[in-house]
Structures are given as structure tokens and as C-alpha cells.
Design a protein around this ligand. Structure first.
Ligand SMILES: Nc1nc(=O)c2c([nH]1)NC[C@@H]1CN(c3ccc(C(=O)N[C@@H](CCC(=O)O)C(=O)O)cc3)CN21
Ligand SMILES: CC(C)C(=O)C(=O)O
Ligand SMILES: [Mg+2]
Length: 283
């Protein structure tokens, strides 16, 4: 066909995503779960990476207390303060357009419902849309106290790194019938108390599936198998720049890529198409 006979394009190409640049909200996450579309979450600590991840379609940016380890070189997350999380949250909020921003309440910041609320206000005022806290049934009253006061909550069960001294290391949780049953009961109590989201860390794949099936709210796994509603990784692990010991659930998405944009896009694609996590990343 001669160039002159080529039919003229009459319409602009459709955008890659119908929802591109639309703010990700709690209903968005519920809709993704209902539609069977996996949710993507990454940790993020600064404005430049927030902009990049937002552009790549990552739905949730987490200002994790892992910042104490990956940004500041501590041996655990325990030294991290509310002021530090708030500082990084403000940077991420300035850099992102549409992603949901979740900030960790650090160790010691939610011992009582009142202190949890006062510290959550610092993070929300810094730009977070939701706060995350680690623990089970003992936190139900705190989750209710926060959500009644319009602070959305993400719960976190399984390997809870703020309890590292009590757990005796970063070990897989929920391996016995008793501990698995306890985790399921905790998940139901946190959901009933108003949690909008639940992170499940380092638990057997079967338990990740059972908890997800049991709950109405989306679950986000890190070493919790492929059946969670979504996945999260620490960005330094995804980029292969964390010098510490590599957990089983970590995959370096820079391998085979020539840019950070491409690595983050590869992560989003792999989570969406179910190829990450693979068996080798699961317990
Ligand atoms: N860079 C980084 N990535 C993380 O995922 C992360 C942090 N930092 N800091 C806070 C916590 C600590 N985390 C960790 C650290 C190590 C393992 C780990 O090595 N786990 C063993 C499990 C051994 C077992 O019980 O069988 C593994 O083999 O994965 C797990 C979670 C997760 N969080
Ligand atoms: C690993 C994720 C879930 C986290 O809590 C963090 O990065 O602090
Ligand atoms: Mg954390």
C-alpha cells in the first residue's frame, strides 16, 4: 500500500490505563480486590522515587520504618522515630500524584490508643492517607479509636519486625496450627475494628490464602504467597542495593533491566500477571 493510501488516524490512541492519574483511595483498593486485579505496593522514602513509582502505576507507597535500616544503616527498625517517618512522608507526598500514601507508626508510637492517635495525626498532617501498625488482637481497641476519628488503618500481622527481640529474629510466623489459627482470629478482629488493609509478612503460602479468603478487606503480602490481594517489597531490595542479608521473598528486579523505571515497571507487571511471587519466594 502506498503511503498516500494509508488511512488517516481519526482517533487518538486510548490511554494505557483508564484510571491513570486518578487518586488511589480505599474504594479503589476494594474495587481492585473485587475485580481480581493484584494491588502493587512499594516502600518509598523520598520525592524523586515517589514521582517515579507513581508514574509506573504503583498503587500504594509505604513510608516503612524499614527506612531506619535501608536509609540510615540501623540494625533494626526500633530506633526510628515519628519525626523521621513524618519527614520522609512529607517528601513522598510532595513527589507523588495519585498513589495512596501509607506511613508506618514506628516502635513505641502506639502503646495506647491516645498516643497512637496523636502520632497518627503527625503522619496524616505530613501527607499520609493511612497509617500502619504491627500487631494482633491487642491493637483492636487502638484501630477502632483511630478509625472512629477518621484515621484509616493498615494492620500488619505475621513477622512483625518491631517485635524482633520478642520473636528471636526475623523468622517465618504461623507455621503451627495454633499460631495460624491465632493469626486468623487476629485478622478478623482487626478487620472488625475498622482496618482497611492488612499486610501479611513471612507466613506460609497456605495461611496467606486462608486469611485472604477469610477477609473482605484486601491483604498485601511480603513472603505470604501469591494469593494475597497484592504484594509489597522494600524498594532497596527490588533495586538490589540493600547490603544486608536477603530474605527469601526478595527479588532483584534490576536484573535484566537498564533503568530504575524499567525495574519498577517489571515489578508492577509481574505482580499484576501473577508471576511474582514465584515458588522460590514463598514459605
Ligand atoms: N531491606 C529490608 N527488607 C525487608 O524486607 C525488611 C527490612 N529491610 N527491614 C525491616 C524488615 C526486616 N525484614 C526481614 C529481614 C530478614 C528476613 C529473613 O531473612 N527471613 C528468613 C526466614 C528464615 C526462617 O524463618 O525460615 C528468610 O530466609 O527469608 C525476613 C524479614 C523485613 N523487613
Ligand atoms: C516491609 C514493609 C511491610 C514494612 O513494614 C516496612 O518497610 O517497614
Ligand atoms: Mg515497617
Amino acid at each position: 500500500m502506498a503511503a498516500s493510501q494509508k488511512p488517516a488516524a481519526t482517533t487518538a490512541p486510548a490511554p494505557a490505563k483508564a484510571v491513570a492519574n486518578k487518586a488511589v483511595t480505599i474504594p479503589t483498593l476494594a474495587n481492585l480486590r473485587a475485580a481480581g486485579e493484584k494491588i502493587t505496593m512499594l516502600t518509598c522514602y523520598d520525592a524523586s522515587f515517589a514521582s517515579l513509582m507513581d508514574r509506573c502505576g504503583v498503587e500504594i507507597l509505604l513510608i516503612g520504618d524499614s527506612l531506619g535500616m535501608v536509609c540510615n544503616g540501623h540494625q533494626s527498625t526500633l530506633p526510628v522515630t515519628v519525626a523521621e517517618v513524618a519527614y520522609h512522608t512529607a517528601a513522598v507526598a510532595r513527589g507523588s500524584k495519585s498513589a495512596m500514601i501509607v506511613a508506618d507508626l514506628p516502635f513505641g508510637a502506639y502503646a495506647t490508643p491516645e498516643s497512637a492517635f496523636n502520632n497518627a495525626v503527625q503522619l496524616i498532617q505530613a501527607g499520609a492517607h493511612m497509617v500502619k501498625l504491627e500487631g494482633g488482637a491487642w491493637l483492636a481497641d487502638t484501630v477502632r479509636f483511630l478509625t472512629e476519628r477518621s484515621v484509616p488503618v493498615c494492620a500488619h500481622l505475621g513477622l512483625t519486625p518491631q517485635s524482633v527481640h520478642q520473636l528471636g529474629g526475623y523468622k517465618v510466623q504461623g507455621k503451627t496450627i495454633e499460631s495460624a489459627d491465632l493469626l486468623k482470629a487476629d485478622a478478623l478482629k482487626l478487620q472488625a475494628a475498622g482496618a482497611s488493609l492488612l499486610v501479611l509478612e513471612a507466613i506460609p503460602t497456605q495461611l496467606g490464602k486462608e486469611v485472604t479468603d477469610l477477609l473482605a478487606i484486601p491483604t498485601i503480602g511480603i513472603g505470604a504467597g501469591p494469593d494475597c490481594s497484592g504484594q509489597v517489597l522494600v524498594m532497596h531490595d527490588l533495586l538490589g542495593v540493600f547490603p544486608g542479608r536477603k530474605a527469601r521473598f526478595v527479588k532483584n528486579f534490576m536484573e535484566g533491566q537498564t533503568s530504575i523505571d524499567a525495574a519498577v515497571t517489571a515489578y508492577v507487571t509481574a505482580v499484576k500477571d501473577g508471576s511474582f511471587p514465584a515458588l522460590e519466594h514463598c514459605f
